[in-house]
Design a protein around this ligand. Structure first.
Ligand code: MN
Length: 315
């Protein structure tokens, strides 16, 4: 549940296709990819939509079966300039990183890893869980102010909830409907797991944020348009509320934030600003440079693919 971002997701020479739009419902299809042994639906980045606020990556993982010894099985790999936000609806995953963290994450819990200048981690089977794994891994682009800073890791076993008519929101990061997550955030953003009951719900939004929905289970109608798993529904900016209808229970991720005004360059597991930064990070991972530390994992390190021709992002 951790990338990599390929040229199929974000062609390096393509103009940045993330202009902030006014209130709209713009539905794009996710790309099916394999991460480790797990099928994922990649909602961000896509050619049509690279970012939503500072959210620059969204994989909907599973539901897929795992055993005691076979799970995600993503060996040690590096990150720069981003935070990984891991959220499970079902199952367990073991996180290990170069800071020495070793943390099992379960359904309803949040792992938040800040890469800053550099970190490495693995995501593994826990050794005792058998069943389904279902969840999301999201990346938040770090602003210039913190992206060169130290790495960090947080685990939040409990998160605040906001009760609305026909919906309960679990606030992963940021604030929503009066509930504030304790998770670190480096810019103005929000991420909420909404559990919908049948009926209509109205969600309070911040008109200065742009928003998008990723449906994890079930479906909902947004301005009369059905939104399902395997899609990103971009909602634009300027809304102070959003009405949805669900005929059956549904789970939906609400992602939003102030439009991210720093043009970013993403490749593999790196978020940077220039091709030179990406090339340096790739070279340093390949040579086991201390920048990324060492992960105490039984899995083999992931290898950097050949670097494509990258061009600086256009603003
Ligand atoms: Mn990762």
């Amino acid at each position: 549940m951790s990338g990599p971002v390929a040229t199929a997701d974000a062609p390096p020479a393509e103009p940045r296709a993330s202009a902030v739009a006014p209130a709209c419902v713009e539905i794009t299809a996710s790309r099916v990819a394999d991460v480790g042994r797990m099928p994922v639906k990649r909602a961000l980045p896509r050619r049509e939509r690279r970012t939503v606020g500072p959210w620059c990556f969204a994989d909907h993982m599973g539901p897929a079966p795992v055993t005691e010894t076979s799970g995600l099985d993503i060996g040690p790999h590096p990150h720069t300039g981003l935070q990984t936000v891991t959220w499970l609806l079902d199952g367990e995953v073991l996180h290990r990183d170069s800071l020495g963290s070793e943390q099992v994450i379960r359904a309803g819990q949040l792992n938040l890893m800040t890469a800053g200048h550099g970190v490495a981690h693995s995501e593994e089977a826990t050794g005792h869980y058998r069943g389904q794994v279902h969840g999301a891994q999201l990346w938040v682009a770090q602003p210039e102010r913190t992206r060169h800073g130290p790495a960090a890791f947080e685990h939040h076993p409990e998160l605040p909830r906001a009760e609305l008519d026909n919906a309960v929101g679990t606030v992963l990061v940021g604030s929503f409907a009066g509930a504030a997550s304790p998770a670190r955030r480096d810019s103005e953003l929000v991420g909420v797991d909404m559990a919908l009951r049948p009926g209509r719900s109205v969600w309070p939004l911040d008109p200065t944020f742009e928003y998008a929905l990723v449906v994890l289970d079930g479906q909902a109608l947004v301005q009369g348009r059905p939104v399902r798993p395997g899609q990103l529904a971009y909602l634009g900016r300027g809304r102070d509320q959003l009405g949805l209808e669900a005929a059956d229970p549904a789970r939906i991720l609400l992602l939003g934030g102030e439009p991210f005004d720093e043009p970013i360059l993403m490749w593999w597991n790196f978020v940077a600003r220039t091709p030179e930064e990406i090339a340096a990070a790739a070279r340093q991972w390949r040579s086991a440079d201390p920048r990324f530390g060492r992960v105490d994992s039984p899995l083999p390190r992931l290898r950097v693919p050949p670097l494509p021709r990258l061009r600086p992002p256009s603003g």
